[in-house]
Design a protein around this ligand. Structure first.
Ligand code: MN
Length: 206
């Protein structure tokens, strides 16, 4: 059974970049709904006791042959996993720059941290409708991608280092339709120590 991850900080801790109101709805309503629906879908299967959304997503083809149910599971397990990653990626006040080996890898791949940020923001802006922008490891290679809905990059065999939620529920109360502004402000919250740890471990574990 999946459970709703507790936020590692207070609801108002990410202000002014993300308001308490957004955090409350996003975590208590949206994230909770993904947990509840995923649990309902898994009920009665051999997988109902499992607690790791990433493991379940990797095993998706074994859980059910029903294509409709499979898609619903991808949506909702992804919804659980993506938000777990998202909350852990942020910290009040952030940490302004990547560190260590990750910094070197970013500079090597994108030219500079600034160039990387630009590419990431472009991916987030360019994602039509709901989805996510990601920094992933594709084998050992850094890559910026976007995905639709709640698709997690693990579905393409890619490991997440960093992800930003570009669903309207993530920013509309604070930025209305200005997704580019949200993407730009969001860097102030990123905990690069966590991202560096994921890089060392070959991707986010949950
Ligand atoms: Mn969301």
């Amino acid at each position: 059974m999946l459970t709703l991850m507790q936020l590692p900080y207070e609801y108002n801790a990410l202000e002014p970049v993300i308001s308490k109101q957004t955090m409350t709805f996003h975590h208590d309503k949206h994230h909770q709904a993904y947990v509840n629906t995923a649990n309902e879908l898994l009920e009665g299967t051999d997988y109902e006791e499992k607690e790791c959304p990433k493991c379940l997503l990797k095993d998706i083809d074994n859980i059910t042959d029903d294509e409709d149910k499979k898609q619903k599971l991808i949506n909702n397990l992804g919804g659980v996993l993506n938000h777990n990653i998202f909350w852990k990626t942020m910290t009040p006040g952030g940490s302004s720059e990547p560190v260590g080996d990750l910094k070197e890898a970013i500079d090597k791949k994108f030219g500079s941290f600034e160039e990387f940020k630009k590419e990431f923001e472009t991916a987030g802006k360019g994602q039509f409708g709901s989805g996510w922008a990601w920094l992933v490891l594709n084998d050992d290679e850094l890559e910026v991608i976007s995905t639709k809905n709640q698709d997690n990059p693990i579905l393409e065999g890619k490991q997440v280092l960093l992800g930003n939620d570009v669903w309207e529920h993530a920013y509309y109360l604070d930025y209305q339709n200005a997704r580019p502004k949200y993407l730009e402000e969001w860097w102030k919250l990123v905990n690069w120590d966590v991202v560096e740890d994921r890089y060392q471990e070959g991707g986010s574990c949950k």
